[in-house]
Design a protein. Sequence first.
Length: 466
Amino acid sequence: MNTSGNKKLTLLATCLGFVVVLLDVSVVNVALESFKAEFATNVLQLQWIVNAYTLLFASLLLTAGALGDRFGHKKVFLLGYAVFTLASLGCGLAHTLPMLIGFRSLQGIGAALLVPTSLALVRIAYEIPAERNKAIALWAGVAGIALAAGPVVGGLLIGVFGWRSIFFINLPIGLIGIVLCMVNTPRIAPDHKGGFDLWGQLLALFALANLIYTVIDLGREEGVDLWVIIHALCFVVALIGFVWVELRTARPMVPLSVFNNAAFSLASILGVIVNFVFYGLIFVFSIFLQQVNHYSVINTGLAFLPMTGVLFFGNQLAARWLPKLRERRLLALGLAIALLGVVSLEPFVDGAPYADIAVQMFFIGFGISLTVPTLTAIAVNHVSSDKSGVASAVVNASRQVGGLIGVAIFSLLINVADASQFGHGFARVIVLSSLLLAVGWALTLVLLRKQPLAVKSATLSNAQKP
């Protein structure tokens, strides 16, 4: 029997799992300069500390949900916690850059196992729809808090205890979460007959990895060489192979038929654009604040509050406005606000007092926070009900892929050893970000001309943070 106390402890365990996953998305950016000093490396290598995590997280996210269905969400959730916690220990003990990147990859695997199964466990624990919606809203709400707290917590920990502490802090959280889950979470019989798209998963991972390697190789001093061509060709071949497999397998990781819907395709494209810009800019801002403005790591973490602290409140506003406004209007509004924030950064690329860029950071964060729940609403409301779960998962995965590519490309644009040259790269980042947001805004106005005034209340439960 699942008592009220057990349900709350299950919710706590799942929220803790979601928190550590999202903390490690943002907390590492504050430590970039510490990593650079520790391992004597450059920006192109630094970005792998961020992207090794996101690469595995993004590519395994959809498959993790299928694994939970087949082997049991509780088992997969506990496995994710264990992998993530042990990988965090490895990150904290790493004494070379390859070791750190390797353990960050393991963290990404653990994160991918945690997120979809944590939401599934919340749905299982709370059988009454009204209680379930409140629990899912709380589960989603902690995401905004975690993203806002990540840079601040990271800055404080690094400033006091050093960079290794941002990984060691996951150990007690992981152990508490594992115990709570083992003792309180109900066990549901898995569907052992469920299929597993192994080839689709391998091809997706191979395609993403080669795409990122192609971008990195382009940033080398040698320019376009044989390796760039090889990685680019591998990406194209893997992508074609992935599409071929997904069209022919009985249980595809990504049912490509959902892309026949223009609104859903738009949501997926905008998911890539939004996180491309958001996480790419977080990466750039971290280097800008420490390398150009010479902020301490603690002050750098605090400086992100206008951009990340507004995420939670913006998501709540979007949830309230969605039933009253057209999806098209709210999405266009969010993209326009973010675009305004990005464009107005241009005068400050060579360095500026914090007061001059804090407002722009706020606009970027607020605009993005309005788009994410709206994208999830579009994805769920414009496909058949039997595909709403996979539709939400695909849009979420597209956002993770966008963040992965954004960090890779922005690190290429700002790859300079001399801080005095940083402004040139930052200017290119602003131009690219502005173009992408403008394209997204235009697509929204064109492709969402006739949309319903209201959205399903269940949609808001599925909305997740950037």
